[in-house]
Design a protein around this ligand. Sequence first.
Ligand SMILES: [Zn+2]
Length: 358
Amino acid sequence: MLTKLLILLMCLFSFSFNLAAEASGTEITALHWGVSKENVFRVVLDCTGPTDAQAVLNDDSLMVSVEGGLKPYVSKDYKVKSDTVDHVELQATGEKTVLQLPLTRKLADSDYKIFVLKKDPVTKRPDRIVIDIASGNTGFKPVASTGAVIPSILAKPTFEIGGGIKGKMITLDPGHGGTDPGAIGKQGTKEKDITLKIAMKVRDYLLDKGAEVSMTRTNDKDVYGPDATDAQELQARVDAAQANDADLFVSIHCNASTNPNVGGISSYFFPKTDYDKIAAAAIQQDLTKKFGLDDLGVRQANFYVNKRSSMPTVLIETAFISNQKEEKLLRSNWFQNKMAKAIADGIEDYFAATGGDQ
Ligand SMILES: [Zn+2]
């Protein structure tokens, strides 16, 4: 009995110790903003762990001090559109990060709200700080005042479409990496190596076309870190696209099947914007017209990266690493090159096909 009690106490101690350690190491991984239907301007800071925030309201600014550092890849400046705020800045000061919201009109204390949301294992949303500012015209309406449900209204698209590929920001995500090899072929080919090689070539082609490119990884590593959960790892990739204000996010994979005869190319989208499907179709078209492989089509799926990013996102399943013929192709430099060029051409076609700015 006593031993049991001791063990219980030890568990409790180590548990509270872990919590403290986690809280002090919290970092901000992304900033999202949007305007709800009720015209509430919202800023959401995604964090790696428990956090807290304090606000100071001045005549010309709202300053929010957040407990936690700032991941180096997060942009520090955001142009936003609201009747109260036109840009948002983040300033990292070691253990804390200050969010500066210069105001274009004077606010009352009742015009803004700040709340802390805990990580939600069901929706896989991370710990978050949410700042809401009411519109000058309407003020706050009594909707969803608990702060428990809200963050899904927003995500006003900040991506650009149309007008050609020049100057567009494209984030490329070579699937898997580091401790996660992805699928492995009969000859021992690892998906993570092929996706990286193809993605690096896509980057070169895109840069040649005048696009800007950011990568979730450029070497063999986990993006979040070793031994992360799938959700953490995938969210880190989404965060990279968000942090770079990507206009298009492309995740590159190799397919696998238990049936070694199955082969072909497919492009996946989730219809969260009007452009996800258009982008997938443009890429799939270039990929299939230039190869003799089966066209498995443009497919809708609930993949994490497609769903959780705010910009149009395409996940490409290049070919089947589980099919011996296609594994051989995936390993060859000329095939990787040809595939990379087709992906870059498809992206170019997408920006040519969609018209005007959002
Ligand atoms: Zn994969």
